[in-house]
Design a binder for this molecule. Sequence first.
Ligand SMILES: Nc1ncnc2c1ncn2[C@@H]1O[C@H](COP(=O)(O)OP(=O)(O)OP(=O)(O)O)[C@@H](O)[C@H]1O
Length: 301
Amino acid sequence: MNHDGWLHALTGELHRRGLDPNLSRHVVAEAAAHLRDSGEAPLRVFGPPETYAAAVAESVGVPRPQTGRAWPDASAGVAGSAGTGRAAGSARTVRSSPGPIRLDVRGISKRYRRRPVLSGVDLTVRAGEIAAVVGANGAGKSTFLRICAGLISPDRGQVRVHGSLGYCPQSGGTNDYLYPDEHFVLVGAGRGLPRATARAAGREHAAALDWDPSGRTQARHLSGGTRQKLNLVMAALGEPDVLLLDEPYQGFDRGTYLDFWQQLWRWRSAGKAIVVVTHLLNQLDRVDTVLDLTPTREVSA
Ligand SMILES: Nc1ncnc2c1ncn2[C@@H]1O[C@H](COP(=O)(O)OP(=O)(O)OP(=O)(O)O)[C@@H](O)[C@H]1O
């Protein structure tokens, strides 16, 4: 089944399940964006349309979140500002209660020249929570994460990070002529890790993604997916309290993608506060907060 056929079938399945038409359009647009970006076959990424529609209906089958506002997972007992909770129902990871606030974002607005990209965005993430950032291409997800990472300034609003920070960019971030181990040592040094500790920690994080980084392969010769694994491992080195992950799974095959989510849940259980940009709504029942950056009409006018 080609992309268009799969997306058409998904639209029909979502309609059949009675999802709100706006929400259905959003789901289909997100899936289309991911397929376009990844170049992967829809059946491989999402499975059959009816299965994906069932997963979406189960996890998102209630009123859609307010744009630019955090959407707390009511069933996980997390307090939040939008007041639009989702129904409980699907399987979720058993874990301890969230801890203190690690990331507190208030009223972030950003324009590029005259074009508004973010408008009054709030997000609070506690230790032991995962927040997913969703939205169409160009909605400002990477901009939001870069602001949280302190790489660019907002026009308005403030970001408070309580603890150490690891940031995984959407692409780039690796050095073409270094081996993976050398990346670990270099980044580890910046985080106060001795060489051997950094190397061992890097290899341990890599193993969780089913990757053995001990070979003598320079980063420029790694596949796109493996370079993203390297980026992800570097972000996690030194066990930062807050992890900001900008679509780190691009190029991952399905097995690694599942390993990646398992790793996120382990990090959450270990008390990290995680923000992950994602196009894929089938994991949204496994996170604590959803921040939808899809612009409203006023924002884009
Ligand atoms: N440095 C910049 N100067 C001007 N415009 C920019 C800059 N960076 C991003 N933009 C624009 O801001 C908008 C938001 O970009 P951003 O990369 O944050 O979106 P995104 O939601 O992450 O997109 P995608 O899903 O495609 O990764 C886009 O229209 C983009 O072209």
